[in-house]
Design a protein around this ligand. Structure first.
Ligand code: FES
Ligand code: FES
Length: 323
């Protein structure tokens, strides 16, 4: 299911006076993450005890302060929640009338339902856009009624409208260190890290599943931290170390996680496997997972259509425990 708020950096701001990460239970955190995935948004919780930010598949991080637009009318005496799109327009607001503590997942679900019920602005996927252009081009070539008249052609020439800014491209010099090798690239500023790795550098081990941040197939490490490369601009990784699945083995010696995935039969078709292994490498480096539940929770952004989850958990557990 596509994220309800589409691409960019949509976010949810929740003002919950009595909320703390230390008192949030697992079920609540799971519900919050599931709803954020559906919205395709990050979440910032502002409470009396501090400010936390969440992305659906990362640990909550404590931040110093929340930045929010001036037009947001934040009630002083009760909790509230706002869903902002990538342009900071409020797509949904929820006045709790009291406390939101313990019911954040429900408020996010209400936000998702309300946004899904509203008519969406027309958005085209790349495939739809290409098909539309092909059909329009065919119609123009074949049907006389679709051909522009000479007068309107002349008018269009006179007007000589420059392309809108969104249609112009900007190229940037980007320097990455990919699997230990420096790579100097000149890239379209809009190029994703995933496309850059696969199409410019030929590192096709990193897979493109959904291309919208929902499956985890494209997970790589940037600066040692796992990221979804389909949602990361290559330009934002400038100057950083990028590790892909091709960079894990040492010569003929597979990385322990690669060995464990083989030993535990933790794959069927294997399409999700590079993302699973890179995510597991990041997870082990983070060092937060102590139980199988933690492993499952912290690998929850990596989907496996073949359902190899039990063996994936066993493989990661064996490396974590040195078994
Ligand atoms: Fe699915 Fe990036 S390709 S999350
Ligand atoms: Fe087929 Fe995971 S092994 S999708």
């Amino acid at each position: 299911m596509p994220a309800l708020l589409g691409y960019g950096s949509p976010r949810v701001l929740a003002f919950v006076r009595a909320w703390s990460i230390d008192h949030a239970d697992r079920a609540e955190l799971r519900a919050i993450r599931a709803e954020l995935r559906g919205l395709g948004a990050s979440l910032t919780i502002v409470s009396d005890g501090g400010t936390w930010s969440f992305r659906p598949d990362d640990d909550a991080e404590r931040t110093t302060a929340a930045v929010y637009p001036d037009h947001l009318e934040v009630p002083r005496d009760r909790d509230a929640l706002f869903v902002l799109d990538a342009d900071d327009h409020v797509r949904f607001s929820y006045d709790a009338g009291g406390s939101l503590a313990g019911t954040l997942g429900e408020a996010l679900a209400a936000a998702g339902a309300a946004i899904a019920a509203k008519p969406r602005p027309t958005m085209y996927t790349r495939r739809e856009w290409t098909l539309t252009c092909l059909v329009a081009g065919f119609a123009l070539a074949v049907f006389p009624g679709c051909k522009p008249r000479a007068r309107s052609r002349a008018r269009a020439k006179e007007a000589h409208v420059p392309p809108p800014p969104s249609m112009t491209t900007t190229e940037l010099d980007v320097n990455l260190r990919v699997n230990g090798e420096p790579r100097a690239l000149r890239l379209d500023a809009r190029a994703s890290l995933l496309d850059t790795l696969r199409e410019r550098l030929g590192l096709t081990g990193t897979k493109k599943g959904c291309d919208m941040g929902q499956c985890g197939a494209c997970t790589v490490l940037v600066g040692g931290r796992r990221v979804l490369s389909c949602l990361t601009l290559a330009a934002l990784a400038d100057g950083q170390d990028v590790t892909t699945i091709e960079g894990l083995a040492r010569g003929d010696q597979l990385h322990p996680l690669q060995q464990a995935f083989v030993a535990h039969d933790a794959l069927q078709c294997g399409y999700c496997t590079p993302g699973q292994i890179m995510s597991a490498a990041g997870l082990l480096a983070e060092g937060h997972a102590t139980t199988d539940d933690d492993l499952r929770e912290q690998m929850s952004g990596n989907l496996c259509r073949c359902g190899a989850y039990p063996n994936i958990v066993a493989a990661i557990r064996s490396v974590k425990g040195g078994a």
